[in-house]
Design a protein. Structure first.
Length: 290
């Protein structure tokens, strides 16, 4: 609400100034609204200096943080507007054949402002930098350390990295020998203490007992394995005994010949001849093989 009232007061002041200019046309000339309306290099230089003075006055005013948030915002907007207008007049001066103030002109007032990241062109001056919502935007996050590449990591890897040169200075050997002596003396003291208390003898007896048990387990396992092998051999022998004899090639040929003779005899011999032949063979004790 207060901001709207301040805007209204500003508009009222402008309206009074406009009326004053209308009533007093012979007063000092007003700065043209557009820089292109000015065709005099001297007048363009004059209006540029006037804008610089206004910027300096407003920059000095905006340093006061007690003006209030709305007044500070209005002043900051006016300063940015004047800076843009100054740029237009400097371009007009170049068009009229004057010097290029973009390159040679002082920029101290412009450098007092600070731009937000990603908001190019609009600057904050003085107390405007500490306004709510602006101060947080200016707080930059700490830059992350650059990530090392594989090549950067490999630069630090040498013989020292793998410990190949640890013994060259002689310090490690000296430290290891001291630690070894200390550990050896502690181990001897511990062994003597166990020897006095009889713990060494108990440990030896326990080791011997465990060895006997281990040997007994191995012996039983070997005996059981031998029994299993013997049983397997007996079973193989029985299986071989139950397998019938396989006729040889000669037996097969004789059996085929016998069947062929029987077929021929049944086909061409009479029944009386067959009976007489069988009786003769029976008397002689022969088989039916012909």
């Amino acid at each position: 609400m207060a901001r709207n009232q301040e805007k209204a007061m500003s508009l009222l002041s402008r309206w009074y100034a406009y009326q004053k200019d209308l009533l007093n046309p012979d007063g000092p000339p007003r700065r043209p609204y557009l820089a292109t309306e000015c065709n005099s290099l001297q007048q363009a230089e004059k209006w540029r200096l006037q804008i610089i003075k206004e910027i300096a006055r407003k920059v000095a005013q905006i340093q006061n943080a007690g003006l209030g948030e709305y007044r500070i915002r209005d002043l900051n907007d006016e300063i940015n507007k004047l800076i843009r207008e100054k740029g237009h007049w400097q371009d007009r001066i170049v068009d009229l054949g004057g010097p290029n103030y973009h390159k040679i002109g002082p920029k101290m007032l412009d450098h007092e402002g600070k731009e937000l990241p990603g908001n190019r062109g609009y600057k904050y001056f003085g107390a405007a930098k500490d306004l709510p919502g602006v101060r947080e935007l200016f707080e930059e996050e700490p830059a992350k350390p650059p990530r090392k590449t594989r090549g950067d990591l490999m630069k630090d890897i040498d013989a020292y990295y793998y410990g190949y040169l640890d013994d060259d200075d002689g310090l490690l050997i000296k430290l290891e020998s001291e630690v070894e002596k200390k550990a050896r003396s502690m181990a001897i003291e511990e062994w003597k203490l166990k020897k006095e208390t009889g713990e060494i003898d108990r440990m030896i007896e326990e080791d011997e007992r465990l060895e006997r048990e281990e040997e007994e387990k191995k012996r039983k396992a070997m005996k059981k394995q031998q029994e299993i092998e013997d049983n397997n051999e007996e079973m193989d022998t029985e299986d071989q005994a139950n397998i019938p004899d396989i006729p040889s090639q000669q037996d097969v040929e004789l059996e085929l010949l016998r069947k062929k003779k029987m077929e021929l005899l049944q086909k061409y011999a009479s029944e009386d001849l067959q009976r007489s032949s069988e009786n003769a063979k029976t008397l002689l004790g022969l088989t039916l093989n012909i």
